[in-house]
Design a protein around this ligand. Structure first.
Ligand SMILES: [Fe+2]
Length: 276
């Protein structure tokens, strides 16, 4: 097994490990790699839906997405589809998956099914480093505060993503408060746990004061020296520690360049803890 580090901040491509061979006896080693690198990548993993679900189940219970419809035969798998002529793609913009849930997924696994020849990379960012490098004054204000995370449910799918289906929870609102600095339940590390997609306000501050502060934090989280970038190939798998990172699916599908190709990803998620 060979480990190619992707950047100084996080991420590693693991070479020479077949995810087909992961089982109860060796899952700990894979989990240790995940905790160390926060997002790990594997290429040429020709595993089917059943095996993808088995791989996920090694990390814990698999959950269905709150409002996106899963595959007919495998409701735990959310298929993320960008039609050839769509510019938009689900997952664009910095976010931590389902942070509006009371217990946001601890791990997300993505498998690339169809990848355009140009465009559609994903960027990941280390939120433990984001906390460490945050301005001390801001740290002092937010360290014991909570923030409200919310999503309007699937109503925007109907308008924005031609190939994606809701599970019927249209217009339902998902909202929960979480600590702005959470503690990783396995490593004890501190994590800056807000994101510009779902975090709406800081509890205990005026809307205006909170908005100014959140804006500063969001800009800080975008720093490129906190990130790594992965260029997908078909049948690649990414395993993300959804507690300690954010990610951003780049929708650089422009005419005569990245536009005109379908992009398909399968996603599963593992039940997480309530952030503390
Ligand atoms: Fe995501």
């Amino acid at each position: 097994m060979k480990i190619n580090i992707l950047s100084g901040a996080l991420g590693a491509e693991i070479i020479g490990l077949n995810l087909d061979s992961v089982n109860q006896n060796n899952i700990q080693a894979l989990n240790n790699l995940l905790l160390e690198h926060k997002v790990i990548f594997f290429r040429d993993q020709n595993i089917d839906s059943e095996k993808l679900i088995y791989l996920g189940s090694m990390f814990g219970l698999i959950e269905e997405h709150a409002y996106v419809k899963g595959l007919d035969n495998f409701p735990q798998i959310t298929r993320i589809i960008k039609a050839p002529d769509e510019k938009n793609q689900w997952g664009e913009g910095w976010h931590s998956d389902v942070s509006y849930d009371i217990t946001p997924s601890k791990i997300v696994i993505l498998k690339s099914v169809k990848i355009p020849p140009i465009g559609g990379d994903t960027v990941f960012a280390n939120m433990e480093l984001a906390w460490e490098t945050l301005d001390e004054e801001i740290k002092n204000i937010v360290k014991d505060k909570k923030a409200l995370h919310s999503s309007n449910g699937s109503s925007f799918f109907v308008e924005n993503y031609a190939q994606m289906e809701s599970n019927g929870n249209i217009g339902e609102r998902y909202s929960n408060e979480h600590p702005i600095v959470r503690t990783h339940p396995e490593t004890g590390n501190k994590i800056l746990y807000v994101n510009c997609t779902y975090t709406k306000k800081i509890i205990g501050l005026s809307d205006e004061e909170g908005a100014v502060l959140l804006e500063k934090i969001f800009r800080h989280q975008e720093r490129l020296d906190l990130s790594c970038r992965f260029k997908w190939t078909e049948n690649a798998i990414a395993i993300l520690d959804n507690r300690s990172i954010q990610h951003y699916a780049i929708a650089d599908f422009y005419p005569n360049r990245g536009l005109g190709h379908e992009r398909i990803m399968d996603r599963i998620a593992i039940v997480g803890d309530q952030p503390f």
